[in-house]
Ligand binder design. Structure first.
Ligand code: ARG
Ligand code: ZN
Length: 850
């Protein structure tokens, strides 16, 4: 049965104090728990503890044996008094834990992942975020195999034990929910540093990894220190423990986890140097280090009452990490990247069968709700509040939110109440949290030349929630004069909070061009029916960088949709001219130019068409690439040569130059040109950075030329021992547009270094392929068969990983009858498989019925 928001009840029993003692061993670990439980309110309900895959060895209440019942993953204990000390001992099997939830083995390490409901796989406990406890933890393990023993909080006593074992004690002085519990044991080395907080507290910082990788932790450490300083400066948030530890592990279900004082990271988001990491990796590492660090306040000090409030911590923390990253480099480019991600992932999710509100009403498996909607749309909602209140009032509201809720398990209402304290209309804003679907805003501008006024009519609708009350949509808007190219008056922030609004602009003495949703001020789809001339005008004249990007992308998208839909290529001269004009800004802002002239992804084109025709979309995109490639040949070559750098700098300018050079190469490679192929191979062979090497390999991966195989071979020879680098090698082949891609993917699946148990490897190969719109959606259904087989095999190992593979099949309604039928059949075949996890069951049922 699903869990529902309206069924929330406070916990029957609280657990103010927890003592844990671990006798760690990979095969069989013993966990001894002492819980001080206290009745919460007047009732006579028993204590009910969650437990999954636990072998109960011993149970005592107040030191004596006690009646209990163990059924359906619940341990029920009737207690007479209002307080008791409950002791349990359980055995667990970390080495056999392939779900990577609870305590598991990764390489030679033992580590934990508890969010959302993994703590119940470690010990019996009320596994819900509104039970906050003080933890003291003692880890015992073989000293040779596990010389380093880490847990949350501050370090305590350490010492030797008989039989070559040793122990370490950890005390966390801050109450926390059990999903923030963490422990790690292993042969780890640290890159260490220090940070002095704004009140003068000295914090020891360590990033733990295998000894050989310590040299690759410098970027993450710099990001951590920058994050700590930034959160003090921008949000007034200070760190609260004596140590901050980060551990990198190779097998991890997602990016990273904000466990109190002991963040655990997917090694992909820690380890970096020029040899193995792309600029994208460097930026993601900084963003994720910041994200997890920022959770110390938005998530840990103020946590969530229940999992329906997930976006309370995730949306806010994503917004905070986006602000941080914008401050580190180009804010405009960061915004473009964030919006591209939002449209690619979240808009697609919100338009399909898995659409759900940012605060869902119900779920079967909470792991399925760590979605782009909770994270990224959640962040957009916070961003709108920030925009409406302005920097100072938003900060004041944030301060009062943290002050009022420190040490509490809070709700979205608590956050909105703090914003309301600064004047936000919280009641109407709450609608954003309960309404699924991307709002569509139709905008029509008319000009009255005689009166010198312009009237903007705005109408909102939501196809996925037609009966929902109108949302408050802040639309940053400006008009530009078609003749003068100048902005007419100030930018206005229009709040569209009715189904329809009309806004008048005065002193409009020439035909105006509309620039709306500037900076992407609201996460909506704008339909403005702008002509190619208007879009080209805005691409050249808008004084909002995002607006110029947006106009150019819309121009490209319109051309692609027209040609993929059989409408031919009329009007492409305007596109060529606009791209040419944009390329002239390459010296000043190469990153912006790269983003702006990059053709929209095939999946995005599909999302905007009535029916997705993968072959027609691919053909249209290739044709436009060839057109732009040919028409601007000299420009692309000039960029390709002029942007070649031999040194390695991580400045925004250096990164932008590499990015634009990669885009130029991609254009030159359209049509499998010989000269370009040779240049790509040379770029690959001479690359001073992984960014250049991957840009070249990515371009070659679609090619039929012999250089492709040679480059793949060289890459493997160079990086074969580095799993994170090899993931890129897998992904680049799975993303290839070559007709033999599925066969290649199946071959890659047979390699000795392929393992579906490693989430990074699985994602690199299988999820990348499932997002390869052209080849995954082959009309014969071969891609669907492949995904179905893989998903079913993975479900037996790791349900969370398997559930993620279901989403690509959920797009079935968007395709022609033939493909839709095959996709449905694949989903039905999965659903009919006995022993399916509830993770996959929920995803598949929603995909079929939603
Ligand atoms: N809280 C972590 C983060 O965003 C992610 C945890 C994901 N958990 C899950 N069950 N998918 O930083
Ligand atoms: Zn998070």
């Amino acid at each position: 049965a699903p869990t529902r928001l309206i069924d929330y009840r406070p916990p029957d029993w609280l657990v103010p104090q927890v003592k844990l003692r671990f006798e760690l061993e990979a095969q069989r670990t013993l966990v001894h728990a002492t819980l001080h439980v206290v009745r919460n309110g007047a009732h006579d309900r028993p204590l009910r503890l969650d437990g999954q895959a636990l072998e109960l060895l011993h149970l005592a209440v107040d030191g004596a044996a006690h009646d209990h019942r163990l059924a359906d993953e619940k341990l029920t204990i009737a207690l007479g008094a209002d307080a008791a000390v409950v002791e349990t001992s359980v055995a667990i099997a970390p080495a056999a834990n392939t779900r990577l939830m609870g305590l598991y083995a990764s390489g030679g390490l033992l580590c934990t992942q508890c969010e959302a409901e993994g703590f119940r796989r470690i010990t019996f406990f009320p596994d819900r975020p509104d039970v906050l406890s003080l933890y003291s933890v003692r880890l015992e393990a073989d000293a040779a195999a596990y010389p380093v023993l880490l847990a949350n909080g501050n370090p305590g006593a350490t010492g030797a034990l008989p039989d070559g074992r040793h122990f370490a004690e950890w005390d966390d002085p801050i109450p926390k929910p059990c999903y923030l519990f963490a422990a790690v044991a292993g042969d780890l080395s640290a890159l260490s540093d220090r940070f002095t907080t704004m009140s003068g507290r000295e914090v020891a910082l360590n990033i733990w990894t295998a000894a050989a990788d310590v040299a690759r932790c410098g970027h993450a450490m710099a990001a951590l220190k920058a994050s700590m300083a930034w959160d003090e400066r921008v949000y007034g948030r200070e760190y609260d423990l004596d140590v901050f530890n980060i551990v990198a592990v190779a097998d991890f279900n997602f990016g990273a986890m904000e466990n109190k004082g002991l963040n655990i990271f997917n090694s992909k988001y820690v380890l970096a140097d020029a040899e193995t990491a792309t600029d994208w990796d460097f930026d993601s590492i900084a963003g994720i280090v910041a994200h997890e660090y920022f959770h110390n306040w938005s998530g840990n000090r103020v946590t969530c009452r229940d999992w329906f409030q997930l976006s309370l911590k995730e949306g806010f923390t994503v917004f905070r990490d986006q602000q941080f990253s914008a401050d580190q480099g180009s804010a405009a480019v960061k915004r473009i990247e964030d919006v591209r991600g939002l449209r690619g992932m979240q808009f697609a999710e919100d338009a399909g069968p898995l659409a759900h509100p940012v605060r869902p009403d119900s779920y079967v498996e909470i792991s399925n709700f760590y979605t782009a909607t909770i994270y990224n749309k959640g962040a957009e909602i916070i961003r709108m509040m920030h925009r409406l209140l302005g920097e100072a009032r938003f900060r004041a509201a944030s301060d009062s939110y943290f002050a009022a809720n420190d040490g509490r398990a809070a709700t979205v209402e608590d956050f909105l109440a703090a914003m309301a304290g600064q004047g936000l209309d919280a009641d109407t804003f709450a609608r954003w949290y309960r309404t699924r679907g991307t709002p569509v805003v139709a905008a029509a501008l008319s000009h009255d030349a005689e009166a010198a006024t312009a009237t903007l009519t705005l109408r909102q609708s939501n196809p996925r929630a037609p009966d929902a009350a109108p949302l408050p949509i802040p639309l940053a808007t400006a008009l530009f004069g078609r003749q003068t190219g100048a902005r007419l008056g100030e930018e206005r922030l229009i709040l569209l909070d009715q189904a329809e609004t009309r806004v008048t602009f005065e002193a409009v003495r020439e035909p105006p061009v509309l620039s709306i949703n500037r900076g992407f001020s609201a996460p909506v789809l704008v339909q403005a029916a702008q002509s190619a001339d208007d879009l080209a005008f805005l691409a050249a004249h808008d004084d909002d960088g995002f607006g110029r990007y947006e106009a150019m992308q819309q121009l490209l998208l319109n051309a692609l949709i027209q040609s993929a839909g059989g409408g031919g290529t009329a009007g492409q001269e305007a596109v060529i001219a606009a791209v040419r004009a944009t390329l002239r800004q390459a010296d000043a802002d190469p990153a912006f130019v790269a983003e702006t002239v990059l053709l929209p992804a095939e999946a995005l084109i599909g999302d905007r068409m009535g029916e997705v025709d993968p072959e027609a979309i691919h053909a249209a995109r290739e044709a436009l690439r060839r057109t732009l490639s040919g028409a601007l040949r000299e420009e692309w070559w000039a960029l390709f040569h002029g942007l070649a750098d031999t040194d390695f700098a991580l400045t925004p300018l250096a990164k932008g130059r590499r990015r634009l050079r990669g885009v130029a190469l991609g254009m030159l490679m359209a049509g499998d040109d010989h000269e370009a192929t040779a240049a790509a191979f040379l770029m690959f062979a001479d690359a001073a950075t992984m960014t250049d090497r991957m840009a070249a390999l990515g371009a070659l991966a679609n090619s039929r030329a012999v250089e492709r195989e040679e480059a793949l071979r060289l890459f493997e020879a160079r990086h074969g021992a580095d799993a994170n680098a090899m993931d890129k090698w897998y992904a680049v082949q799975a993303a290839s547009s070559r007709p033999d891609t599925l066969a290649a993917v199946r071959r890659l699946q047979q390699r000795a270094d392929y393992s579906p148990a490693n989430p990074n490897r699985l994602r690199s190969l299988v999820l990348t392929f499932a997002n390869n719109q052209l080849r995954f959606h082959a009309a014969d259904g071969g891609g669907y068969d492949f995904l179905t087989e893989t998903l079913l095999a993975v479900d037996a190992i790791n349900p969370q990983s398997a559930a993620r593979l279901a989403a690509p099949l959920g797009r079935w309604k968007r395709f022609d009858a033939g493909r839709a039928g095959l996709m449905r059949r694949a989903l039905e075949r999965i659903r009919a498989t006995p022993g399916l996890s509830k993770d996959v069951q929920e995803m598949v049922s929603n995909s079929l019925e939603g």
